[in-house]
Ligand binder design. Structure first.
Ligand code: GLN
Length: 250
């Protein structure tokens, strides 16, 4: 029986900071431990788009990295919008979260149009928002990560945030206590760290959504007892990492 899942790592050369590639490793490893066969495709500017994509992971980048990928990104915009509308699960961190929105006006006044998957816009400011962060999400519980951005993102009316933050000065814009966004199965967030090793609930949402879309349902029957034990061990490591990050001052 076929158990392949095609994961796409979007612009890993220029959009991958503060450990974002750990998200790809986490999804790949968890899929293996559920008994599926992950195939990772790296897509950088000018590359061919693979025939099949079940799940897309994108990272953050410097303003300069965002400018480097932008033209190629526009060439893929229709495709990404279609995949998002079709329900393909995606996780877009920071720099790509901003570009999945309507626009990002950088602190030097350059305006980068986004692809409008997420109803949000971002404006750069001089003060960066930096540090460990805990946000509260109805679906995923406490989400733990690390933010570092100058852009302030504002969600349009009716756009659901990924979660809420307690303290001022953090999250999407430091003002309205929102963090990230959720549109269809697309998650946008400022959380680096990497995010997924510390947040198995989000990893499993992305995995079960991808597998169910491709194969009709997510089955645990592919998993051996050894794989289940290894996954339980990983979840323990994640629980400890969550505690350590949540207790650390900014
Ligand atoms: N360059 C963007 C900003 O500073 C994104 C940063 C990031 O991806 N960490 O807001």
């Amino acid at each position: 029986m076929n158990t392949t899942i095609d994961i796409m790592s979007l612009y890993p050369k220029d959009m991958n900071i503060y450990g974002d590639s750990g998200n790809v490793l986490t999804i790949r490893r968890r899929l293996e431990l559920y008994g599926y066969e992950p195939v990772v495709h790296q897509y950088n500017q000018g590359d061919e788009w693979p025939e099949h994509v079940d799940l897309i992971l994108g990272g953050g980048g410097q303003d300069t990295g965002q400018k480097k990928i932008i033209n190629d990104f526009y060439m893929r915009a229709d495709l990404l919008r279609k995949l998002a509308a079709d329900g393909v699960p995606m996780l877009m961190i920071c720099g790509l979260y901003q570009l999945f929105g309507e626009y990002f006006e950088t602190v030097d006044g350059t305006r980068l149009d986004g692809i409008g998957v997420i109803g949000a816009y971002t404006v750069g400011q001089d003060v960066r928002m930096i540090g460990n962060l805990v946000e509260h999400s109805e679906q995923f519980g406490d989400v733990i990560g690390y933010e570092n951005h100058s852009g302030q993102t504002f969600l349009r009316d009716g756009v659901q945030p990924l979660g809420t933050v307690d303290a001022e000065g953090r999250g999407n814009n430091g003002k309205d206590h929102t963090e990230g966004a959720r549109v269809n199965n697309v998650i946008g967030t400022y959380m680096h760290g990497s995010l997924l090793p510390k947040n198995p609930a989000i990893s499993d949402f992305l995995i079960t959504t991808a597998v169910s879309r491709r194969y009709g349902s997510f089955e645990k029957t592919h998993q051996t007892a050894e794989q289940a034990a290894e996954l339980a061990r990983l979840d323990e490591v994640a629980a400890n990492a969550r505690k350590a990050a949540a207790a650390r001052p900014r």
